[in-house]
Design a protein around this ligand. Structure first.
Ligand SMILES: *[C@@H]1O[C@H](CO)[C@@H](O)[C@H](O)[C@H]1NC(C)=O
Ligand SMILES: *[C@@H]1O[C@H](CO)[C@@H](O)[C@H](O)[C@H]1NC(C)=O
Ligand SMILES: [Mn+2]
Length: 459
């Protein structure tokens, strides 16, 4: 069950001029994939159930009584779930009332676009911001981690995702059960993503993020506009798929998938190269013969995805956006050495901007992110850039099982994670008036002194 022992080359993106999609990738080195510890993944912990409706949706309570009758939004709809009516579900039949509908990965869902549309029509307060709405899905295995610090690390990785979602108004679902007994390890995410699509007809995108990946730029937002003609977005490089035929030509640990019928069909095809398939063994052999750099015999989700892109380019290449312009996820070994200089660069920017030094409520963080953008126009993206890397992925480190790839020492992995987590946490803690003065020391915090601006209304 422990997954494949991996050792292979790693690729990754280089900065690329903005704007063009999927032209030639500049790669250099990159990422690994994962392996082990993924046995299971997943789990749950829906935020909304924990904090119930009160704190997040305050604005809706005011005019709820007025809005409840027709499900209209009670305030301006955003791209998140603010301004929606959480207390309205009309008696009209929807796909949820269809006894034939099942959530499991083996059974087809048909006419999903129509069903979703119908549901949105009956829930107009959700319809308004639906095109931009994202639900993040992540998780880990059902059992305690074997690595003694594994559960602590997973908690911090999860906290990081919660922070990111809170700042940007996204919902998040954490799953820690195996939804299909055969779909374990790296295959476990597929049944969860499918279930999340059905559970969230209000969301246009489901965003799967591995438990070993974290946001290291809390301000960056996905350029969803760029993906408007695509149904799946994954970090990858066409040249490595079509010329090198490498199983690490993309990374399946983080992906966006549009909540639509195409994606339902795609998930079915994808999942059918996994352990639920009677042909599972055969798929492993096919992958191995096709990808010379794949060293383990079992069919895996990432090779399966590369296989689909390679063998049926016509069908998949136009639908799957291979994002190579920024760190949609990035290989931690490449990113780790850059945090210190980046921290310094950002401080330098802030020293020159009264606006960026101004204290503010966490809720308005996106405003300040936009104010910072002009200062980052020369920063580049991806490799060699001094922009904060969007996501750092601890591929091969296996925080939960501890069965890290032998290419790295455990200390390198755990120390790297602590540094990355604190680098990210500083961006959050600052809004609460504190910071980690030393990225290697998680327990130490200092208050952030009030930084008097030189002039202006609050000086
Ligand atoms: C991909 O293939 C080309 C030519 O076949 C080779 O020069 C290059 O090094 C390969 N890239 C990687 C990352 O393996
Ligand atoms: C950080 O900046 C210093 C000084 O500019 C430079 O010498 C060093 O190579 C940089 N380190 C990294 C990892 O980019
Ligand atoms: Mn991973």
């Amino acid at each position: 069950m422990v997954s494949p022992e991996l050792s292979h080359h790693q690729y990754s993106p280089m900065a690329k001029p903005y704007g063009r999609n999927r032209s030639t990738p500049h790669l250099t080195d990159g990422f690994l994939f994962l392996g082990g510890a993924f046995f299971a993944l997943l789990m749950v912990w829906s935020f909304s159930s924990l904090f119930s409706t009160a704190p997040r949706f305050e604005s809706t309570t005011v005019s709820e009584s007025r809005a409840a009758s027709d499900g209209k939004a009670s305030s301006t709809p955003g791209c998140g779930t603010e301004g929606v009516n959480l207390r309205y579900d009309p008696p009209d039949a929807t796909f949820y009332d269809d006894p034939e509908l099942v959530y499991t990965i083996e059974k087809k869902v048909e006419n999903w676009n129509e069903k979703r549309k119908e549901w949105l029509k009956l829930h107009p307060s959700f319809a308004a911001g639906a095109r931009e709405r994202v639900v993040m899905v992540t998780g880990s295995q059902p059992k305690a981690c074997k690595n003694p610090i594994g559960d602590h690390l997973l908690l911090r990785f999860f906290k990081n995702k919660v922070d990111y979602c809170r700042i940007h108004g996204y919902d998040i679902f954490y799953n820690n059960v195996l939804l299909h007994p055969k779909m374990n390890s790296y295959w476990a995410k597929l049944p969860v993503v499918k279930a999340a699509m059905l559970a969230h007809p209000e969301a246009e995108w489901i965003w799967w993020v591995d438990s070993d990946a974290l946001f290291t730029d809390m301000e960056f937002k996905l350029p969803l506009e760029r993906y408007k003609n695509h149904n799946v977005v994954v970090h990858g490089w066409p040249k490595l798929i079509y010329e090198n035929k490498s199983w690490t030509s993309l990374n399946a640990g983080i992906f966006l998938i549009r909540n639509c019928q195409w994606s339902m069909d795609f998930m079915e095809t994808w999942a059918n190269m996994g352990p639920i398939s009677p042909e599972y063994e055969k798929w492993g052999q096919i992958q191995r013969s096709m990808f010379k750099d794949k060293l383990f015999p079992e069919s895996d989700d990432q090779s399966a995805l590369v296989y689909l892109l390679y063998s049926d380019k016509e069908k998949y290449y136009d639908n799957i956006y291979l994002e190579g312009e920024f760190y949609f996820e990035g290989y931690w070994v490449e990113i780790l050495p850059t945090y210190d200089n980046i921290t310094e660069k950002y401080l330098e920017i802030e020293r020159g901007s009264r606006t960026l030094r101004r204290r503010h409520a966490e809720k308005v963080s996106e405003y300040y992110a936009a104010q910072r953008e002009p200062y980052l126009k020369d920063a580049g993206n991806g490799r060699w850039s001094w922009r904060r890397p969007f996501m750092t992925h601890f591929t091969g480190c296996q925080p939960c099982s501890g069965d890290h790839n032998q290419m790295y020492s455990g200390e390198t992995c755990w120390g790297g994670m602590v540094k990355a987590l604190n680098f990210a946490d500083n961006q959050v803690l600052k809004k609460y008036g504190f910071m980690h003065p030393n990225l290697r020391d998680s327990s130490m915090v200092s208050p952030v002194p009030f930084d008097y601006p030189d002039e202006g209304p609050w000086g």
